[in-house]
Design a protein around this ligand. Sequence first.
Ligand SMILES: *[C@@H]1O[C@H](CO)[C@@H](O)[C@H](O)[C@H]1NC(C)=O
Ligand SMILES: *[C@@H]1O[C@H](CO)[C@@H](O)[C@H](O)[C@H]1NC(C)=O
Ligand SMILES: *[C@@H]1O[C@H](CO)[C@@H](O)[C@H](O)[C@H]1NC(C)=O
Ligand SMILES: *[C@@H]1O[C@H](CO)[C@@H](O)[C@H](O)[C@H]1NC(C)=O
Ligand SMILES: *[C@@H]1O[C@H](CO)[C@@H](O)[C@H](O)[C@H]1NC(C)=O
Ligand SMILES: *[C@@H]1O[C@H](CO)[C@@H](O)[C@H](O)[C@H]1NC(C)=O
Length: 361
Amino acid sequence: MLRKLCCVILLIIQRNTESTRVIGECRTVVQGEDVDLSCRLIERTQELKQITWLKSTKDEKHNLMLIHPNGVTGFVVPNGLAGRVQLIGNPSENLGSIRITAVRLLDEGTFTWIFNVFPSGAYNTEISLTVLVPPVVSVTVDVTPVIGEKEVILATCVAAGAKPQADVKWKTGTFGSLLKTVTNSTQHANGTTTVLSHLLGVPTRAANQQQVQCVVNQSALATDRIFNYTIDIHYPPQAVNITLSETSQTSVLCVADGNPQPNYTLSRVGQSWPGSSVRAEGGTLILLSLSSELNGLCVCEASNPYGRATGFLYVHTSCETSAACWVLLVVILCLIVAAPALLWSSPLPGIITARRNRRTG
Ligand SMILES: *[C@@H]1O[C@H](CO)[C@@H](O)[C@H](O)[C@H]1NC(C)=O
Ligand SMILES: *[C@@H]1O[C@H](CO)[C@@H](O)[C@H](O)[C@H]1NC(C)=O
Ligand SMILES: *[C@@H]1O[C@H](CO)[C@@H](O)[C@H](O)[C@H]1NC(C)=O
Ligand SMILES: *[C@@H]1O[C@H](CO)[C@@H](O)[C@H](O)[C@H]1NC(C)=O
Ligand SMILES: *[C@@H]1O[C@H](CO)[C@@H](O)[C@H](O)[C@H]1NC(C)=O
Ligand SMILES: *[C@@H]1O[C@H](CO)[C@@H](O)[C@H](O)[C@H]1NC(C)=O
């Protein structure tokens, strides 16, 4: 019986408050944006004495601001909101609305307005504010993969410090059938989450320069974000390609495929060239004056931190018949990868006997 009576009393009280207050809706805002928290006392017949505004989080409750009927405000505890909050409502019209500019994650919580009216007392309005934090995305690789047969991490897509947790996917096209993904996430104390999505595969030369995309989707983002990434796989220089160019200047070009781009060293076996007749610029040897002084076996060594490859070129110039000189080149390709010692220990005469003259006379 007593219980029933209590319920009836409670109902009456609730009715009373319902008719006088606006129950605040829940507001969700992206960090950095502004938000208006609207609250209004519907009861107009009573006299407003003061509005108190307070904020509660799961750990604490603070009085934040006092608002007098004439619109004068007084801060009690700014609680990180100093300079970022303004009264946008008009207390004389029973409006206690506020605007928070550049919302931070710490602003999250439940805001309560207490309207003190005469004669009936206090009425509450509550608004809960949820702050979304977009992820900070980067696509990287900690250690550049080196060509090999074991599966390694080819790229990592990081969606850091997001609230709620971001959804991270890879788009890899046809190449993707050879890959797999492993996703890991870490929850931070402030409620944000960092997601790491690793793309794993065998580091082959074919995988180098393949385009992949990391697609991140999260409620603070208006649309999916796409981040392009080019897979980078390091490998030693492959076969050295030596060609003769006879455009403006006669030169010898030395090219080898390697990642990172190889360094080239051009030299002559046995003796160095006379300084005035050649100039070496990276992988190019410019023949400045064509004379028999240049004759000999020239070596081009391409190297990067993973190995080296060597190519040989037999240079023979002929100036007997006329003023014009001919350059005869015999190219012998020789591949020596990741074994510098082999170059000098291998039987060089064997290589020389393998040469062929393409042009004679
Ligand atoms: C994922 O996280 C766990 C725990 O932090 C760690 O042990 C594991 O190595 C991580 N996996 C990858 C692929 O990074
Ligand atoms: C949340 O915490 C993480 C880890 O401490 C930090 O890196 C991040 O900046 C924080 N985010 C916000 C919005 O405060
Ligand atoms: C993420 O994408 C999926 C489908 O692509 C969609 O269903 C979901 O609503 C998206 N999530 C967000 C937070 O945008
Ligand atoms: C990413 O790659 C796609 C095609 O693969 C291209 O259309 C797009 O412009 C690229 N985006 C950026 C930012 O480079
Ligand atoms: C060597 O160079 C020639 C001419 O530039 C080219 O046709 C050939 O494909 C190259 N070979 C290699 C292995 O790079
Ligand atoms: C290539 O040359 C650069 C500049 O001369 C040098 O710093 C680098 O160590 C060289 N790399 C190799 C693999 O020799």
